[in-house]
Unconditional design. Structure first.
Lengths: 227, 786, 448
């Protein structure tokens, strides 16, 4: 059984935010109005965070693209009263939009703040509906949504592989953020498969995981800057 | 039998409960129904094309479902972008399916700017334009037509130029991104072309204020060099960013050197000092290809100091350190790094060139490349070729046209070098009534939003009786047009997309329609061809093309015939072709043109990844045949102007404010996600404009914590940025990377109500008299709580 | 009041006359107040209608401030609910004789307020239409589900605990025939006050008052655990269970005091809510103000001493940051005011306890605010930006409607049941005086 995970090289990330926009485009993440954005209600399953240290002229800044960590021990699924958020056999943490009651307990329980709530229903104009991705459901008002590691791509890749009668290859299944990254800062694959790049990278001495001390066992690894 | 009271109450209660439940159900389920976007299993397709959003012209691969464009990904076959893409490229689907897109051509029905329009057919709009242009020619005043064009390198530019020329006008006015480097090259190398930077093969990239990872000619080119995705091991060059602003580029470069505003070039000469002092320069290259290094005697017979004497005498590290604020040890270390990591290349950016003496500063920066011999060598500054597409049919000028062209372009004062600030000079000439322009065409230009002085443009537009915009959106300037004939969006049209000159190899990307064109819009290339036909005579005869697509295909024959290069291909194919060509081989892969064309369309373009480093004309084309460190042309121009400026001496901008009222230096910069005024319309981009995760949509300015503290302003306060010329509102962000006493102001943003929040409007009107480029670093402002 | 009713009332005992009068006599000011409260409640219902129609966006909630007024009110109201049951049960179990006149009003607060508390999380749901998923897809590891279970149980047991000791009084009303004979015949459930029935009743009350104590403790413990079970700074704390229980009792006492002062004034119950009651409850309040300080100090010192960066952000946000005003107002209301007033005998009067009670209620509401909001807006990851929370008018209206709805129902309840237990007073007069004397005699050594 695969255990999907991600390695993000902080030395390579330039903070361009292509991953963010690709994620929104792939997963039909609706933009909100200016007023809603001002209230802090914009959703971005992948968000590039900036970490700034020091003052001019000795400042350093690193960018942490932050998707869902897909923890092996996710705090969010324990607290959900209705089993609307779950971790599947391959370690992907998902959300059942049709079951979620919108209590936002999981959003509060997640130390990484990667669960996003639909305060209103999504606003897609007639024109914008043209570019909605038919592989991903559009979420209604009042439910939590989150990064799925582009799970729909896995399903598709698996079907293709089965149709062609072969094993799933590493390059068959890559989330949208990984696909688009112009500096290949994000690497994705099966952490347990020795032929996948992430398998060796996850043991790199530079590896760091966010808030590892909380025992959440995130499957998103960061390679800390070399300097 | 009449019901008892109890039965009656029960029945009523049950009825009320049913109604209430039904009501509740409607409330809850209504929202679900509205989400049904009518999805059914569809046909999925992937097509290659080229992104036309910015000058980088990266390869894209569109994912289509039932003819709708769902996703834009990178095209891995494209040699420049190699499958990567920036957020603006990805967000293109929101441009294509934008709710504010014009439904069809508009003709003004009320007074100018009143917002009263009449929707017309394309035929009516074309008829109207043709009629106006025809009357200009009939009156013998073809030079009354002018075109203001945004970045449109390639066949669209060639077509417009040819059309105007045949029509009889020389008023092709460019309103595009500039960085002043072509003037530097023209002066030093005698080559009138922007330089290319071989970032992929350099070992050290020394960027002087060039926003390589943000809004450079091609951020993707820098990204690819930075991350080297093709290499097994990480072996990209070391990036050193010399910049006042702690930008995204500065933060992600391997090293950031924070210099005082306007002193980039001083640091460059400080580095040159150490290189010369420690004998680290490429003496052989300098001896063979460079003039003006040693003292010399000028044309008038006067003895002049050469580069070496000027630098050695004036740029001792201690002095440079005092001016730039960079410690002596750091300057020495930088110079040693340049010498130790050859090939090293110095890139000159807008922060250097957009200064009152920007050309001289640019010369100083580029002189490092000359000293290190990083010219026409792998990993250095190169002069690339254009893609060898076939020419347009040769123009035939009739009497009217010849007379019009003979009267030359409008506007008298042109800068000595380059053509900076052309658009604003044009507007000033029109506004000043010295230039009777009777028809203005706007092609991807929106000067009301982007100009440093929109009031001049307002005046100019007042004076022009007939204005046509080809913008697909009713942008700030299109609002003042008489006719708006919307162009197709990039994913609906044919266009060639050559990569910018910063890339050392010609790549002739091809954009092709990914989706069915919008019925209300029309390809502006086809509009030009149609207008030519309507005007008839020699104008029509010079542009005998059925359609723009046909024209492109015709030109592609040049690529088929040239016997070099390849249609875009993967890493292996690219390397194979390069190595073959290096050995003088080229194997034809297509027997007939149609097959070649089909493959070119399918793969997304043509490229030739071979560069001839042995060609001496790629080093210098000056009269002396050498790279001139003390350029004769420049010296004579300065003498003619009676200018006090001296090369390598006057390279810094004024370093302190001269009034206490306006004491903070304004540093405008371009946000990578929103480089032009129109694009802030894309909602996904507006949600991530910069590095601050909590700044969405709103314009902001960055100041240092101590500056904010001294002003008594805290993070997120709404402030007025006030300059002598005006003010605008922005949110204050306290950012520790900002230099004290400066205000870093992104441009390209708008207030939520759509009003541009443009720091460029605050700039003092200082220009570099040599290049005409505006000065961006000499304006001082103050901040007031709003 | 009709003549017949007046005559019936006149035939009754003095206690009964005074305590049953509100059931049959309603003043004009009652209608005015009830009308106002009803208007506020309807307004709040309209606000909720908007929220349901358009979405939770109508609130001021956001990311990272996912929870706000509704959850604060949830914790606050469930806390108040500890007023009755727990206090009256403890007093009953400990045979505190001064309880007799206050148990009924306290228990009534409990039952009514639980309902208003329990609907808060449902108001807070993004999809209230799916609330039954909590049963259909129950996920037993979720503290929210523990909450559903324990509040459900609590509500049922409190209702029984209110109802059973009310039976003799209901029988008295039924027998007097002064009001809705059919209703009271139904409610009194055949209780005739025979010695056998009375004995059984007292045994049931005795059992109930013991059962209800652990349930009440569990309810607020579990509410504390909702927060404590997450990994968030200043929430993830073992003290939260007992801290919440203590706070709940504290606010409950304050609520009883306020209610007693109002009832005393409104229905002329000076004879029943005597100074001694206020003195005793004031002492309880004093004790709890000290307990509150102890718990709060322990909680904050532990967080401060550990000095974890995540914790410290929330910590300083409360002590000196943007939440300093609610924080120090809370300290004022929960500690300084009640301590300084209640430690003086002269202030343990109706007026003094009213002031202290109101201060404590405000303070305890703010305590819940200070638990929910500062942690919400200060995410653990330091590079995350700090959030803001400003409740919208919809939230404030719903909160106002909750308060007014509760008050309204409480007022209406006083029109249906005597607010002081008639039979317990009677029992006190007839038996307890002797019993207590005997009991005290038992404590003492045999006189030589």
């Amino acid at each position: 059984m695969a255990r999907w995970g991600m390695v993000i090289d902080l030395d390579r990330c330039t903070g361009c935010a292509a991953c963010e926009v690709a994620c929104k485009s792939e997963n039909n993440v609706a933009a909100v109005s200016v007023e809603q954005a001002d209230m802090g209600r914009a959703s971005s399953w992948m968000k590039v965070m900036a970490h700034v240290e020091g003052e001019f002229p000795d400042t350093t800044m690193h960018f942490y693209p932050r998707p869902c960590m897909h923890c092996d021990n996710p705090p969010c699924i324990r607290v959900c009263p209705v089993q609307a958020t779950y971790i599947d056999d391959e370690g992907i943490v998902g959300q059942i939009y049709a079951r979620c009651i919108g209590c936002r307990y999981c959003a509060n329980a997640c130390p990484y703040m990667v669960k996003y709530f639909n305060w209103y229903g999504p606003e897609w104009s007639e024109a914008e509906r043209q570019h909605l991705n038919p592989d991903v459901s559009v979420r209604p008002a009042g439910v939590i949504e989150k990064c799925t590691f582009c799970h729909h791509r896995l399903q598709k890749a698996r079907e293709d592989a089965r149709a062609e009668g072969r094993e799933l290859r590493e390059e068959d299944y890559q989330p949208a953020c990984v696909d688009v990254c112009p500096t290949n800062a994000i690497i994705f694959g099966d952490l347990d498969n020795p032929s996948h790049a992430v398998h060796t990278l996850k043991d790199d001495p530079r590896v760091l995981r966010l808030m590892e001390d909380l025992g959440t066992q995130p499957k998103v690894y960061y390679l800390r800057p070399r300097d | 039998m009449s019901p008892s009271r109890r039965e009656f109450l029960w029945t009523m209660g049950a009825a009320a409960a049913t109604v209430a439940l039904k009501g509740a159900q409607d409330v809850f389920w209504e929202s679900d129904e509205s989400l049904d976007v009518g999805w059914a299993p569809g046909i999925e397709e992937r097509r290659n094309s080229t992104c036309l959003i910015c000058p980088s012209r990266c390869g894209i691969r569109g994912r289509l479902v039932d003819g709708r464009l769902i996703r834009i990904n990178g095209n891995p076959l494209h040699p420049l972008s190699r499958g990567g893409l920036c957020p603006r490229g990805v967000a293109g689907v929101q441009l294509l399916y934008h709710p504010e897109r014009l439904a069809g051509p508009l003709v003004r029905s009320g007074p100018r700017g009143s917002g009263q329009w009449e929707t017309v057919t394309r035929e009516q709009a074309l008829e109207r334009i043709a009629e106006q242009l025809g009357s200009l020619r009939a009156a013998g005043r073809p030079e009354g037509l002018a075109l203001l064009a945004g970045y449109s390198a390639g066949t669209m530019q060639d077509l417009w130029r040819q059309f105007l020329h045949n029509f009889g006008s020389s008023n092709y006015v460019a309103d595009e991104y500039e960085d002043g480097t072509e003037a530097v090259m023209a002066v030093m190398h005698g080559i009138d072309r922007r330089p290319s930077y071989d970032l992929d093969r350099a070992r050290l990239v020394l960027s002087f204020g060039a926003p390589l990872f943000e809004s450079w000619w091609s951020p993707l080119q820098a990204f690819v060099a930075f991350a080297n995705p093709d290499a097994e091991e990480e072996s990209g060059p070391r990036f050193v960013q010399i910049d006042t602003r702690f930008s995204r580029t500065a933060s992600r470069a391997h090293e950031w050197v924070g210099v005082r505003p306007g002193t980039h070039a001083v640091l460059a000469l400080g580095i040159a000092y150490v290189l010369i002092r420690d004998e680290l320069i490429d003496a052989d290259f300098v001896a063979r290809h460079v003039a003006g290094f040693e003292d010399f005697v000028d044309a008038q017979g006067q003895p002049r100091e050469g580069y070496r004497s000027l630098v050695m005498r004036n740029y001792r590290t201690e002095e440079v350190s005092a001016i730039t604020g960079v410690p002596v040890a750091r300057i020495t270390a930088l110079a040693r790094a340049v010498a130790a990591n050859r090939p090293a290349v110095a890139v000159c950016g807008t922060d250097v060139a957009f200064a009152p003496n920007g050309l001289l500063a640019g010369l100083a920066v580029h002189s490092i490349n000359v000293l290190m011999g990083s010219v026409n060598r792998p990993g250095g500054v190169l002069f690339a070729d254009d893609a060898p597409v076939g020419p347009l049919t040769s123009p035939v000028l009739d009497e009217t046209a010849r007379a019009g062209v003979g009267r030359g372009p409008i506007g008298t004062q042109r800068p000595v070098f380059g053509s900076g600030g052309e658009a604003l000079r044009f507007a000033a000439a029109v506004a000043g009534a010295e230039a009777p322009i009777e028809a203005l065409l706007l092609y991807y230009a929106n000067p009301i939003a982007s100009s440093t002085d929109p009031s001049v443009w307002h005046e100019a537009l007042e004076k022009i009786p007939f204005v046509v915009s080809f913008s697909p959106f009713l942008d700030d300037t299109a609002r003042y047009a008489d006719v708006v004939l919307p162009d197709l969006l990039p994913y609906e049209r044919w266009q060639d997309a050559p990569t910018p000159t910063s890339y050392p190899y010609p790549v002739w990307g091809l954009a092709r329609p990914l989706v069915e064109p919008h019925e209300g819009a029309m390809h502006t290339g086809d509009v030009v061809l149609d207008l030519a036909r309507r005007l008839g005579g020699s104008v029509a005869a010079s542009l005998p093309y059925e359609s723009f697509e046909g024209l492109l295909k015709e030109r592609t024959r040049g690529l088929f015939a040239v016997r070099r290069g390849m249609t875009l291909g993967g890493q292996f194919e690219r390397e194979h072709h390069r190595q073959m060509e290096e050995r003088g081989w080229w194997l034809p892969e297509h027997t007939d043109f149609e097959a070649f064309w089909d493959e070119l369309v399918e793969r997304g373009g043509w490229t030739d990844l071979f560069y001839d480093h042995t060609d001496p004309y790629r080093i210098a084309q000056t009269d002396s045949g050498r790279i001139e460190l003390m350029p004769a042309k420049l010296l004579s121009a300065l003498a003619e102007e009676g200018s006090e400026l001296r090369p390598y001496l006057d390279v810094a901008t004024q370093t302190a404010a001269d009034s206490t009222e306006f004491s903070l230096r304004l540093i405008p910069y371009r946000v990578s996600t929103l480089a032009s005024g129109t694009l802030s319309l894309e909602r996904w981009l507006a949600e991530q404009p910069g590095i601050f995760p909590d700044v969405l949509w709103h314009p902001w300015v960055e100041v240092a914590p101590e500056t904010a503290h001294a002003l008594g302003l805290s993070d997120d306060t709404l402030v007025w940025v006030v300059a002598p010329r005006g003010r605008y509102r922005a949110r204050l962000k306290v950012f520790p990377g900002t230099a004290p006493e400066t205000v870093c102001a992104p441009y390209g943003l708008r207030q939520p109500d759509g009003e541009p929040a443009n720091p460029l409007r605050l700039l003092d009107s200082t220009n570099d008299p040599l290049t005409g480029l505006p000065s961006w670093s000499s304006t001082f402002v103050r901040l007031e709580q709003a | 009041m009709r003549q017949a009713v007046r005559e019936k009332l006149a035939r009754m005992s003095n206690d009964e006359q005074i305590l049953l009068r509100p059931l049959v006599e309603t003043s004009r000011s009652f209608y005015i107040v009830a009308g106002l409260l009803a208007a506020v409640t309807l307004w709040g219902m309209f606000a909720y209608y908007l929220q349901v129609t358009y979405g939770l966006g109508r609130t001021g909630l956001n990311r990272p401030s996912y929870w706000g007024i509704y959850i604060i009110c949830f914790v606050f109201f469930i806390g108040i609910s500890h007023a009755g049951t727990l206090i009256s049960a403890i007093l009953r179990v400990s045979k505190a004789e001064w309880r007799r006149s206050i148990t009924r009003s306290a228990e009534l607060i409990t039952v009514l307020v639980i309902g208003f508390g329990a609907i808060q999380p449902i108001i807070d749901l993004g999809r209230p239409d799916r609330v039954l998923n909590v049963i259909f897809n129950a996920q037993l590891r979720s503290p929210l589900l523990w909450d559903v279970t324990s509040i459900g149980l609590y509500f049922i047991s409190c209702t029984i605990y209110l109802y059973v000791p009310m039976l003799p009084d209901l029988a008295i009303i039924r027998d007097s025939g002064i009001k809705a004979p059919r209703l009271y015949r139904f409610l009194a459930a055949g209780y005739r006050d025979t010695p056998a029935q009375r004995a059984r009743l007292e045994r049931v009350i005795g059992v109930l008052s013991i059962i209800v104590i652990p349930i009440a403790v569990s309810v607020h413990t579990v509410i504390g655990w909702i927060f404590a079970m997450t990994l968030r700074p200043m929430w993830h704390s073992t003290i939260f269970g007992p801290y919440f229980v203590m706070g709940a009792i504290y606010s409950g006492i304050a609520a009883i005091l306020v209610a007693m002062v109002v009832l005393r004034r409104a229905f002329g119950l000076q004879q029943y809510f005597k100074d001694i009651h206020f003195d005793y409850l004031g002492r309880l309040l004093l004790l709890f103000s000290l307990l509150w300080f102890y718990f709060t100090f322990a909680e904050y010192l532990t967080a401060f001493y550990g000095g974890e960066p995540g914790e410290m952000r929330a910590f300083w946000a409360k002590l000196t940051g943007p939440f300093a005003i609610p924080f120090w107002t809370m300290v004022l209301g929960c500690f300084i005011i009640p301590l300084s007033l209640m430690s003086r005998r002269s202030m343990r009067t109706p007026r003094g306890t009213l002031i202290a009670g109101i201060a404590v209620m405000i303070g305890m509401w703010l305590e819940r605010f200070n638990i929910v909001v500062p942690t919400s807006v200060n995410p653990r990851w330091e590079i995350e930006s700090i959030g803001q929370y400003l409740p919208s008018w919809v939230e404030l209206s719903i909160m106002a409607a909750t308060f007014s709805g509760f008050t309204l129902l409480y007022m209406l309840a006083t029109k249906f049941v005597p607010i002081v237990s008639i039979w317990e007073i009677k029992e006190g007069r007839e038996h307890s005086v002797r019993e207590v004397a005997d009991r005290v005699a038992e404590y003492l050594p045999e006189s030589a």
